[in-house]
Design a protein around this ligand. Structure first.
Ligand code: S3P
Length: 426
């Protein structure tokens, strides 16, 4: 797909529902008693993979696009899967479902696409085995396909070596099926949607600083879940509006949970012209509209506890940094290497092809901003966030940018290119 420089980004956009919250709503709805109605559900391939896995375990899920209705069968209501469970490209599906499957009294096989089969699963296999689960992966304990023999679980007090909401959520979901209390302590706080939603569905969840705990439950109760717009998708329009020469963008109904809002803090720190409007609570999550105007940006240092709150936005932050004056240093972000692509390598390769000065480091990158960017032929590496980040990079680059495998945006934002085109004037 071809992209060209634009003169103006202008208009209003409503980004699709939050991916993390959409997954969790289907999962908890499936193991709750009664009906769960989800509005604002993300109709992206990743979340559709989660629906298909639970359908294979006998859950009736009606997806009429506006509303997804999950007819939950209770905490012990899942049936033996009708085949291999396929998580597609979705790390969240794979890791969170594994926690639920570990507590079932049947055997399941869970796999995904080529990318999923290369992503580390030992980070969930180790704690699940400590809880008593019988689970194994390919190459010992590293990779999917996973075979999970459901078993009686016991609560553990686990210190996670990584700040990962997927790891934390996997353990907490297994904890629903375990005797006693299950706790996870993280090195820095990752997104807390599982804790918030578990509590809304009636689980006994406690959080204290970096520790989240849950007790085994006898039943969860179906709920209405309103999914806010995904700040990770809004990030592309925040970036586009800031690097544009003219115009303004209003992004409506964006989830601004403090465990996800690092992108806003970093943009403000870089001199971004952002205004947060109409802050409100929707379905237990904070939501706002974000007004973005062209900005004169400068470099910054991004490190430490803020990293998990913007981990998925680092590719587009790197693009902003290339358009900013001065250096931006990103560190403590080695997790980027185990995402849908190795995002340190893929971001550095693509920015370099566009004429930016950027170096990869062990746990991040250094971007020497302020050089004019030019179009180039770029790979998306079948990574949706790389595709969207470099579509944004093209908006202020001279010449033509060609993105290979651009359709990978279907994973999290099927209408991304049409929304971007609607706001772009050339
Ligand atoms: C997610 C957690 C993050 C994030 C992913 C979604 C979630 O992964 O990158 O896109 O929904 O829990 P990690 O937990 O591996 O950091």
């Amino acid at each position: 797909m071809d992209f060209h420089k634009v003169t103006e980004i202008n208009g209003t956009v409503k980004v699709p529902g939050d991916k993390s919250i959409s997954h969790r709503a289907v999962m908890l709805g499936s193991i709750a008693k009664g009906t769960t109605e989800i509005t604002g559900f993300l109709q992206g391939a990743d979340c559709l993979s989660t629906i298909s896995c639970f359908r294979k375990m006998g859950i009736d899920i009606v997806n009429d696009m506006d509303t997804v209705t999950v007819k939950g069968k209770g905490i012990h209501g899942l049936c033996v899967p009708s085949g291999v469970l396929d998580a597609g490209n979705s790390g969240t599906t794979t890791r969170l479902i594994s926690g639920i499957l570990a507590g079932q009294n049947f055997t399941s096989i869970l796999t995904g696409d080529n990318s999923i089969q290369k992503r580390p699963m030992d980070r969930i296999i180790t704690p699940l085995r400590m809880m008593g689960a019988h689970i194994s992966g390919r190459n010992g304990t590293m990779y999917a396909p996973l075979t999970i023999n459901g078993h009686c679980l016991k609560g553990i007090d686990y210190t996670s070596p990584v700040a990962s909401a997927q790891v934390k959520s996997c353990i907490l979901l297994a904890g629903l099926y375990a005797d006693g209390c299950t706790s996870v302590t993280e090195p820095s706080l990752s997104r807390n949607h599982t804790e918030l939603m578990l509590s809304a569905f009636g689980a006994d969840v406690r959080t204290e600083g970096l520790k989240a705990s849950v007790s085994g439950v006898s039943e969860l109760h179906g709920q209405s879940v309103h999914v806010p717009g995904d700040i990770s998708s809004a990030a592309y329009f925040i970036a586009a509006g800031m690097i544009a020469q003219k115009g303004q963008v209003l992004i409506e109904n964006v989830g601004i949970n403090p465990t996800r809002d690092g992108i806003i803090k970093v943009c403000l720190e870089m001199g971004g012209n952002l205004t947060i409007l109409n802050k409100r609570l929707a379905g237990g999550e904070p939501v706002a509209d974000i007004l973005v105007r062209p900005s004169s940006l400068h470099g910054t240092v991004i490190e430490g506890g803020i990293i998990p709150t913007l981990i998925d936005e680092i590719p587009v932050i790197a693009v902003l940094a290339a358009y900013a004056d001065g250096d931006t240093i990103i560190r403590d972000a080695a997790e980027l290497k185990v995402k849908e692509s190795n995002r340190i390598d893929t971001v550095v390769t693509n920015l370099t092809k566009m004429g930016a000065s950027v170096q990869a480091t062990e746990d991040g990158m250094i971007i020497h901003g302020g050089k004019a960017l030019h179009g180039a032929v770029l790979d998306t590496y079948m990574d949706h966030r790389i595709a969207m980040s470099f579509a944004v990079a093209s908006l202020n680059a001279d010449g033509t940018t060609v993105l290979n495998d651009a359709e990978i945006v279907n994973i999290s934002y099927p209408d991304f290119y049409s929304d971007l085109k609607r706001l772009s004037l050339s």
